[in-house]
Write a protein that binds this ligand. Structure first.
Ligand SMILES: *Cc1c(COP(=O)(O)O)cnc(C)c1O
Length: 388
């Protein structure tokens, strides 16, 4: 047993897949300290720069004084507080759907939706580049699992037309986490309407970032009315919202089913109410401070202009996720290491997280970056291009 495990671990290491954690000495920020050394970081999902915002720190302290630090029970016993309740109400209003339900993490929210709505004999169709939490949830649900090639809606339509399952669900990232591209939500919803399927949209990277007020993918294009009883919206609160947690927004009947049937809702301790309290402040910053999204757009344009003549191309992305396609894993790792020597952190993303031959640097921009930070990254990439 033990030798088998060490063999697996060394095989993993020999393939260059061994993951090591960096230990931050201080808060999440664009300027982080690791092993006593300071780095300019383009790694986090703190797109709006809220994770270390003074108003949120104040709200967290106030929340702790009001509610204590632990929720002490699951939502179905006595863990549900007025702070959770107020946040659920505010989130539903903000994204424009009838009702919302809070979860401790996005991983658990995806588990809940998929396992509560489908089971053995049902069919789930998923984009090939979806987040791992959606895939894990589908396996756990025991439904038939079909992955369609990335954004190939014609293939998805054939799958929907061919299935004999009575209950069908389509699951997709709204913003793809390793590519930064955006799913064609209106077309997906039209397909789901035509074939009577649920549509689960995972907007982990769109909430707070897309839409004028940051309401996410459903508000990314003006004039769209993406209301539908088949739509189930999921977003996380630990990325652009800067805190922790996730929520699902949908019709009251769907929310009721999650409360009744989802194990990742009922069989787990409620998230500390102080976090829900903090998120109410975060939500109002997301909504009011439009300039954070404007800065993100300006950084994105600056980066793409600055890297036009670079050896590696940026993948087309209208989001703060800006992948630089390198190709070979070893080269991506060497490039990431060369930047690190210059005091800049950008993670190399390799298979199996991305397809073979598509290793990349995943540059994440934040409203907390300055223009000078973006310029420093551009200059460093040009400088290392000759030596990697
Ligand atoms: C991060 C992420 C999740 C998981 O959310 P957590 O709150 O971090 O558990 C789910 N889906 C996507 C697309 C993500 O990027």
């Amino acid at each position: 047993m033990a030798t088998d495990l060490s063999a697996r671990l060394s095989a993993h290491e020999n393939k260059g897949l061994y993951r090591k954690r960096l230990t931050l000495e201080g808060p999440q920020a664009t300027d982080v300290t690791i092993d006593g050394k300071r780095y300019l970081a383009f790694c986090s999902n703190d797109y709006l720069g809220l994770a270390n915002h003074s108003a949120l720190i104040e709200a967290a302290c106030h929340g702790a004084r009001t509610y204590g630090v632990g929720s002490g029970a699951s939502h179905l016993i006595t863990g549900h507080s007025t702070a959770h309740h107020a946040l659920e109400h505010a989130l539903a209003q903000f994204v424009g759907l009838p009702q919302a339900l809070l979860f401790s993490t996005g991983y658990m929210a995806n588990m809940a939706v998929i396992t509560a709505l489908v089971g053995r004999g049902d069919a789930v169709f998923a984009d090939k580049l979806n987040h791992a939490s959606l895939n894990d949830a589908i396996v756990l649900s025991r439904a038939t699992f079909t992955r369609y090639p990335h954004l190939e809606l014609a293939r998805l339509e054939r799958c929907l037309a061919d299935t004999k399952a009575s209950r069908k669900l389509v699951a997709t990232d709204a913003v793809f986490s390793m590519d930064g591209d955006i799913a064609p939500v209106a077309e997906l919803l039209a397909l789901c309407e035509r074939y009577d399927a649920w549509l689960l949209l995972d907007d982990a990277h769109g909430f707070g970032v897309l839409g004028k007020q940051g309401q996410g993918i459903l508000h990314a294009v003006d004039g769209f009315d993406l209301q539908s009883p088949r739509l189930i919206y999921m977003a996380t609160l630990g990325k652009a919202a800067g805190v922790f947690g996730a929520f699902v927004a949908a019709q009251p009947e769907v929310i009721a089913a999650l409360i009744q049937f989802a194990h990742s809702y009922g069989y787990t301790t409620a998230t500390p109410p102080l976090l829900a309290h903090t998120l109410l402040t975060s939500l109002s910053l997301i909504e009011r401070e439009v300039w954070r999204r404007e800065i993100l757009t300006a950084h994105r344009l600056r980066l793409s202009r600055g890297l036009q003549s670079c050896r590696w191309p940026l993948l087309p992305s209208a989001t703060p996720i800006q992948p630089l396609r390198v190709g070979r894993s070893e080269e991506a790792v060497r490039l990431s290491a060369a930047l690190r020597e210059q005091g800049i952190l950008v993670p190399a993303i390799r298979p199996p997280t991305v397809p073979k031959g598509e290793a990349r640097l995943r540059i994440s921009l934040s409203a907390a970056h300055s223009k000078e930070d973006v310029d420093r990254l551009i200059e460093a990439l040009h400088a290392v291009a000759g030596n990697v």
